[in-house]
Design a protein around this ligand. Structure first.
Ligand SMILES: [Zn+2]
Ligand SMILES: [Zn+2]
Length: 186
């Protein structure tokens, strides 16, 4: 059986958000071969969630939970001021897009609470954990994101590693294809 595809997390399997682990899904109660390994925000302790129950929203519905925190979606938090004291431009995603991120899309593994980036008024797709080599060809697209984080540009250009204490999370716009980068620290 083909595994479900996640439009906002197209590399979820390759990035090990699901482990090859046989078990019975606690949501659909079917024997499955892949277990979700990422964060699930819920009152209940849920051990085994299969990819189908992530994708179709049934796990989130059954436990009133979410895989990605709505407050972590870019532009839905209180606007922060940039260095010039300007209030940052914010986006308001459609309800359906917020649901897609929080209830139908796996989280990604991060040091701090995950942020979900937005472009063209739509949630971006999470592409990869980034290192400097990966960022080089798309530097012009993501430089503004690096500057915004206040982390030295030269450091990110040369020393960003996938498993380092400073981590980069690469997104891509589903509309204009521009790359976006989120950074956090251990
Ligand atoms: Zn299931
Ligand atoms: Zn865009």
């Amino acid at each position: 059986m083909d595994l479900p595809h996640f439009p906002l997390h197209p590399n979820a399997y390759r990035l090990n958000l699901f482990a090859a682990e046989t078990g019975v899904c606690e949501v659909c109660e079917q024997p499955r071969d892949y277990q979700y390994t990422g964060v699930f925000y819920s009152q209940d302790e849920v051990d085994y969630i299969c990819p189908w129950c992530v994708a179709d929203g049934s796990a989130a519905a059954k436990y009133s939970g979410q895989f990605n925190d709505a407050m972590g979606i870019e532009g839905t938090e209180f606007g922060a001021e940039d260095a010039d004291g300007e209030v940052k431009v914010t986006w308001t995603l459609a309800e359906a897009d917020i649901k897609q991120v929080c209830q139908h899309t796996p989280a990604y593994s991060s040091w701090q609470q995950g942020q979900w980036l937005v472009c063209c008024g739509k949630p971006c797709a999470f592409i990869a954990y980034a290192d400097s080599a990966m960022l080089a060809p798309i530097w012009s697209e993501i430089e503004v994101d690096v500057l915004q984080h206040g982390i030295p540009v030269a450091w990110v250009r040369e020393h960003l590693r996938v498993d380092g204490d400073l981590a980069g999370y690469l997104f891509q716009c589903v509309d204009c294809s521009k790359h976006r980068l989120h950074l956090d620290c251990a």
